[in-house]
Design a protein around this ligand. Structure first.
Ligand SMILES: [Zn+2]
Length: 188
């Protein structure tokens, strides 16, 4: 995220009246000319934890920054007027040509996403997603460079593009009883 600035610092003008922003960097943004008010609330992103019949989890190799070349869970941003569940099914289809079945909520974590020199706050929502048929998988050009199935316990934090995905894997290990801590029954 070097050379990137938080979105509240990147706003140079009021988006409603065009007046140069005098309160740059403040949250919320408030225009003292037209009175426009804006909260820099997080965007919503979704990610899918998908395991095959042998219990290995599906990871994509990211085809673009942030985290190009690193592993990530399939997913993406929720569109306006779209539910998180539908966004999940759409992204899994777009990225890998897979049909997502039943969806079960797992956890959420706050993330930051640096893109085009601007850092935006994101809420990452994680779901366990059923996929019954992995035939015909295909990586979305420009977005996904490939995919791999790995035992959940073997995935290192360094290999993942996002810290939130690592936290979701930890939560999944507890959820499935792969590590101690199931009795805590909660998010860290
Ligand atoms: Zn204004």
């Amino acid at each position: 995220m070097k050379n990137s600035v938080p979105i509240k610092d990147a706003w140079q003008h009021c988006p409603r009246c065009g007046r140069p922003a005098e309160t740059k960097g403040e949250q919320p943004f408030e225009c003292d000319v037209c009175g426009y008010f804006h909260y820099f609330s997080p965007c919503t992103a979704v990610a899918a934890l998908i395991v095959d019949e042998s219990g290995k989890m599906l990871f994509i190799v990211r085809g673009k920054d942030p985290g190009r070349g690193k592993l990530g869970l399939p997913g993406g941003f929720v569109d306006p007027d779209e539910s998180a569940e539908l966004a999940l099914q759409r992204e899994v289809m777009e990225e890998l040509q897979l049909s997502a079945g039943a969806v079960e909520y797992l956890a959420s974590f706050p993330n930051q996403y640096a893109y085009c020199g601007v850092i935006i706050p994101v809420t990452d929502l994680f779901f366990v997603v059923e996929v019954h048929n992995f035939d015909g998988m295909s990586a979305q050009p420009g977005e996904v460079d490939g995919w791999t199935f790995l035992p959940v316990e073997s995935v290192s934090a360094e290999s993942l593009a996002f810290d939130t995905h690592q936290r979701a894997l930890q939560q999944y290990r507890r959820w499935t009883g792969l590590v101690d801590g199931t009795e805590s029954n909660g998010v860290e």
